[in-house]
Ligand binder design. Sequence first.
Ligand SMILES: Nc1ncnc2c1ncn2[C@@H]1O[C@H](COP(=O)(O)OP(=O)(O)OP(=O)(O)O)[C@@H](O)[C@H]1O
Ligand SMILES: [Mg+2]
Length: 271
Amino acid sequence: MTGEPVLEQARRADAGETSVALGAAVSVREFSVTFAGTQRGTHPVHVLDDVTLEVADREFVAILGPSGCGKSTLLRAMGSLLDERATTEGTAQARGATAWMPQRDCLLPWRRAMANAMVGAIAAGVPRERAAARAARLFEDFGLAGFETAWPHQLSGGMRQRLALLRTCLSERPVLLLDEPFGALDPVTRRRMNQWLASMELTDWIGEDSEEPRAVVLVTHDVDEAIALADRIVVLSGRPGRIVWEVTAQHREDKPHQRFDRDQLLAALDH
Ligand SMILES: Nc1ncnc2c1ncn2[C@@H]1O[C@H](COP(=O)(O)OP(=O)(O)OP(=O)(O)O)[C@@H](O)[C@H]1O
Ligand SMILES: [Mg+2]
């Protein structure tokens, strides 16, 4: 495969030599990734194959697929976080700045909740007073009011994940990349988190004042999580990951909660 080094791709994107489709928050075009073998003599691993995906302004897209099919690799590529030794073809880029939330909450145990929340904003260059004012509001909305001075170990698993998500939102980056953000939670807490998240318009919370299109891309193994949260679900095949199925939420007057056909989705995953 004749690939372009990722750093070169990022340089060209920074220099405006590549462009994201007008209005799209994230644009992935004919994108393939191969990693060299991890040990001498091992074969290269072809991870993604010819993936094309546009994420529109205000859209919430969930990516489902079997383990090892390249979901995290695709998400990293959208955030220009791909391992620079990867060989790529095509392009993957977000229009505006991206914020990343990994599976583990990665809270700093030696900082209190509010200080943890502020870390992402400060790293992203958001003025401290502005971030603090916004954080005070978000603690309320994220069900964390009263816990501003708690240490991370004093919070429940669900509260820690909400705090991690709050921290990610405070960075004011318009594209949120969530890599199995609730994967470490027990099923009951996870379901509660999903219900809570589904009840709020996440795209309202990110990239405040940003001129760029806003979007959320969620990688998950959990079909019900994708159904609860997404406007569109994309299913990848086993490695090398290709898009094998894509479906947009339907508004159904008779069954307002049944936005996707679960059986159809499961069949696509078994494909
Ligand atoms: N930096 C890297 N160097 C070499 N191989 C890598 C690298 N990152 C990922 N891979 C390989 O790419 C493949 C896809 O990995 P990736 O993490 O994208 O999968 P995934 O779909 O997110 O899996 P999971 O659902 O288990 O998280 C795996 O075979 C993995 O070993
Ligand atoms: Mg992964």
